[in-house]
Ligand binder design. Structure first.
Ligand SMILES: N[C@@H](CCC(=O)N[C@@H](CS)C(=O)NCC(=O)O)C(=O)O
Length: 238
């Protein structure tokens, strides 16, 4: 029997590794054959676990069926789109595709205040998180981009296509950890963003990723804040 050639994705802990989530969603949402390998992001074995994947030093890392190794999610995204042009990783419409690429690039390079102040955690929702101005500014920019994508392109796709550009695309994989941060820290956003966060949280692939993360417990919990918590939300309160 011949085995289906499979991708191998090296990831960090599901509850905390936002970049790993992006890489995993790209493969999972588009139905590509792959296996995952855990890297000891918090267990002190990261360098050793990545030793055979030079020059990779962060997760995720993708190994192609032919053995080629790729780091950086944006490079992984483009490589997958090039290898599977029929899969629809990017929107088909050129204007939508250009905006999707822009948003993915801006996500990959930006939103430093949100990323530094609110590390992704999928355990619970913090109550009473004091939102710094710089994080509010990042959220405002994110809402501008999400609104543009939805109103210009996503909404045209019709019912049952709630993603940024209608059908699921790389843009949604890149913004999933942003939606998770908005949920995890109960960050203030408007109605369109709340709906989009709810769409992400309800996605079976996202839920499977989160469920896998919950199988591991932590003491101490990485990035824990001294704040009360509520259970992880299904969506965001209006
Ligand atoms: N720009 C990289 C970022 C990857 C990244 O920072 N990954 C984190 C985990 S979410 C990591 O490997 N951290 C380990 C470290 O900084 O030593 C990408 O797009 O993949």
């Amino acid at each position: 029997m011949t085995e289906t050639p499979s991708y191998t994705l090296f990831i960090g802990d599901q509850s905390f590794s936002s970049w790993s989530l992006r890489g995993w969603l790209m493969l999972e949402k588009f139905g590509l054959p792959f296996q995952t390998r855990m890297v000891g992001l918090y267990d002190g074995t990261m360098a050793e676990d990545l030793a055979g994947l030079a020059p990779a030093r962060l997760v995720p890392v993708l190994r192609l069926p032919d053995g080629v190794v790729i780091g950086e999610t944006i490079a992984i995204a483009e490589t997958l789109a090039e290898r599977h042009p029929e899969a629809g990783f990017w929107p088909a419409d050129p204007a939508a595709r250009a905006l999707a690429r822009w948003m993915v690039a801006e996500m990959h390079a930006g939103f430093g205040a949100l990323r530094a102040t609110c590390p992704m955690q999928l355990l619970h929702q913090y109550e009473g998180f004091a939102v710094p101005d710089a994080v509010r500014a990042d959220l405002a920019r994110i809402e501008t981009l999400w609104t543009l994508a939805r109103e210009r392109h996503g909404a045209q796709a019709g019912a049952g296509r709630p993603w940024l550009f209608g059908a699921y695309s790389h843009a949604d994989a890149f913004f999933a950890p942003v939606a998770a941060r908005i949920a995890g820290y109960d960050l203030p956003v408007g109605a369109l963003a709340r709906d989009y966060v709810a769409t992400t949280l309800a996605d079976p692939a996202f839920q499977a990723w989160r469920g896998a993360g919950l199988e591991k417990t932590y003491d101490p919990v990485p990035y824990a804040l001294d704040l009360p918590t509520r259970p992880w939300p299904e969506g965001l309160a209006p």
